[in-house]
Ligand binder design. Structure first.
Ligand SMILES: C[S@@+](CC[C@H](N)C(=O)[O-])C[C@H]1O[C@@H](n2cnc3c(N)ncnc32)[C@H](O)[C@@H]1O
Length: 163
């Protein structure tokens, strides 16, 4: 929230934090800012931008250390998909969705057809998993930044590795 505030001095910002202790800390750190709310559940929106940074994931270090091949028990694809659907539901048309450090690809989610990928960044140091929660091999391209459309976007292919 504080980094976002530095970049967007006048924006209204809403932080959603499920963990009570982390929520208390976030509220304390932002108490002086009348344009920041920290809440426990996703508000209804709509928002111009939604960011989920290192939220749609579980134990990333374990994924790497244990070379996990099947994420089904720890964090099934359906849980990720539910999360993405809820975020996109709160996003205004033309709004930005940024998902960073996730185990799955937003392109594989059930709302991918209303999202146009516009930014490719490294998603995670660890592996990516498919809709069956099986580890991708090889790892396909995965976008991090998307714009929400009000209809199906034409498929836009990921840039090649030398672009
Ligand atoms: C690894 S931290 C990342 C925090 C911050 N986004 C960052 O990049 O520094 C993930 C946070 O997401 C919170 N979280 C996980 N699932 C959540 C959910 N469904 N709703 C709200 N917060 C959630 C966790 O409690 C934790 O504080």
């Amino acid at each position: 929230m504080l980094s976002l505030r530095r970049m967007m001095p006048t924006a209204r910002l809403t932080g959603v934090e499920i963990n009570p202790r982390a929520r208390r800390i976030a509220r304390r750190l932002t108490a002086a800012d009348p344009l920041i709310d920290v809440v426990s559940r996703l508000p209804s929106g709509p928002f111009d931008a939604v960011l989920a940074l290192a939220v749609l994931q579980r134990e990333p270090m374990r994924m790497i250390a244990e070379q996990v091949a099947d994420l089904g028990r720890l964090y099934p694809f359906a849980r990720f998909d539910d999360g993405v659907v809820a975020l996109v539901d709160r996003l205004a048309c033309g709004g930005f969705l940024l998902v960073f450090h996730a185990h799955y690809r937003v392109e594989d989610s059930s709302v991918a057809d209303v999202l146009r990928p516009v930014g490719w960044f490294p998603l995670l140091d660890g592996p990516l998993f498919d809709r069956d929660s099986r580890r991708y091999d090889p790892t396909p391209p995965a976008a991090a930044l998307f714009v929400k459309g009000d209809d199906k976007w034409a498929a836009i292919s990921a840039p090649s590795s030398n672009s």
